[in-house]
Write a protein that binds this ligand. Structure first.
Ligand SMILES: [Zn+2]
Length: 260
């Protein structure tokens, strides 16, 4: 049973998570466009009116205005609501999904980074180097300090993750298509460095599965052309990474069990 103290922790973490998610939205939308993340205050994308402070309240602001600008009544992108809710749920649930407490020190910034990168990729179809390079250095330093697995596992994860997508991008390039972006390759390498060799394998599998299922459904629904279909891959890497982090060990045992 969850007691009152535990419940209040969950609610507080959820609220803090929506605020962080809201900040991640700003980072994901402004950094690829070369804008400052501090100034000016957020404004409507359609009419440019600066948002009222009540509209800046995560989740509630969006719901109260039914996803529309108060001034010009144009729809506000659902990406905002997505980033805030993802922040809320991830921050509230991480302590329950990550068994090893010290790993939370990596899991929290990783969740925030993945929200910002997902928003950037959905909005701009770009995983910006301005976020990826500092993230690679930041998580490299954290992994030097906190490493439940031996160092080589994280190094191998980095090479396997980045190398697999690099191979996919060469394969596409040989056929005259551009499939995988440099940002996707760096992000998968980062996932491998954070999670180690075994879990990055799960991340590769899950993200490929989610990407191809989503792509097929969108083609069937007529939302995506079959020829030169393009889906930003970053959100699938993010989803695959989180799945691997939360459920990777049981998934790996189940997968290995299939061959015995
Ligand atoms: Zn407006």
């Amino acid at each position: 049973m969850i007691d009152v103290v535990q419940l209040s922790h969950i609610v507080l973490l959820f609220f803090a998570g929506t605020l962080i998610g809201s900040f991640c939205n700003v980072v994901g939308i402004r950094i690829p466009a070369g804008k400052s993340i501090v100034m000016p205050r957020s404004s409507c994308m359609s009419c440019g009116t600066q948002l009222h402070y009540t509209e800046l309240i995560p989740v509630l602001g969006w719901l109260l205005n039914r996803g529309r600008c108060r001034y010009c009544k144009q729809p506000v992108s659902g990406i905002y609501l997505f980033g805030e809710l993802a922040g809320g749920f991830l921050f509230a649930l991480l302590p329950y999904l990550i068994a090893e407490p010290r790993e939370l020190i990596l899991a929290y910034p990783m969740a925030a980074l993945l929200i910002a990168l997902t928003v950037a990729d959905l909005k701009h179809r770009l995983i910006p180097n301005k976020l990826m390079y500092p993230a690679l250095i930041f998580f490299f330093l954290l992994r030097l300090l906190i490493h439940p697995l031996p160092y080589y596992s994280y190094g191998l994860g980095f090479v396997l993750g980045g190398g697999s997508l690099l191979a996919v991008s060469w394969f596409f390039a040989l056929r005259g298509k551009d499939g995988m972006g440099g940002g996707d390759i760096k992000l998968m390498a980062l996932m491998g460095m954070i999670m180690g060799a075994k879990l990055v394998f799960i991340c590769l599998l899950v993200s490929a599965l989610l990407g191809s299922v989503t792509g097929s459904l969108l083609i069937l629904a007529g939302k995506l052309e079959k020829e030169n279909a393009y889906l930003p891959y970053g959100p699938f890497i993010a989803a695959g990474g989180l799945c691997a982090l939360f459920f990777g060990d049981p998934l790996a045992s189940w997968y290995m069990g299939l061959f015995h």
